[in-house]
Design a protein. Structure first.
Length: 134
């Protein structure tokens, strides 16, 4: 064989290897992109709702604290109305969070949080408000 044929053959083999490496790289990048989107939807996106739930809960607690501190009945009525408004926002966000959560373990924790909020926190909070209004 001539040297030119050997060089062209060697070049073609190197080009095929480089092409194969490129194709494997592109396939793997697409796979990484797909699992990245999946991870974002299952892990990061629900964090936004959870942040809103926590923020609303803390705002409710602050209003309840202000009701206890402030003796003005008109202020207490406004604070109670604000707490009821925040409660609606909290449970709307909590419901949306429940639909966003896809992992079983996290969903179990969500259900426990929802149950505790409805069965433990709300009656306790309502009892405090009733005592303040009496």
């Amino acid at each position: 064989m001539k040297i030119s044929v050997k060089l062209i053959t060697g070049f073609l083999i190197v080009a095929l290897i480089a092409g194969a490496v490129g194709v494997v790289g592109i396939v793997n990048l697409r796979h990484i992109e797909r699992i990245d989107k999946e991870m974002y939807n299952t892990a990061v996106e629900p964090m936004g709702k959870m942040t809103q739930v926590l923020e609303t809960y803390h705002r409710m607690q602050a209003n309840l604290r202000d009701m206890v501190i402030n003796k003005d009945s008109e202020y207490r009525i406004k604070a109670e109305d604000k707490i009821k408004e925040l409660e609606k926002i909290l449970f709307d966000n909590l419901t949306e969070l429940g639909t966003d959560v896809k992992e079983r373990e996290v969903h179990t924790t969500y259900e426990e949080l929802d149950k505790l909020m409805r069965e433990k926190y709300l009656p306790y909070r309502d009892e405090i408000i009733a005592l303040l209004n009496s």
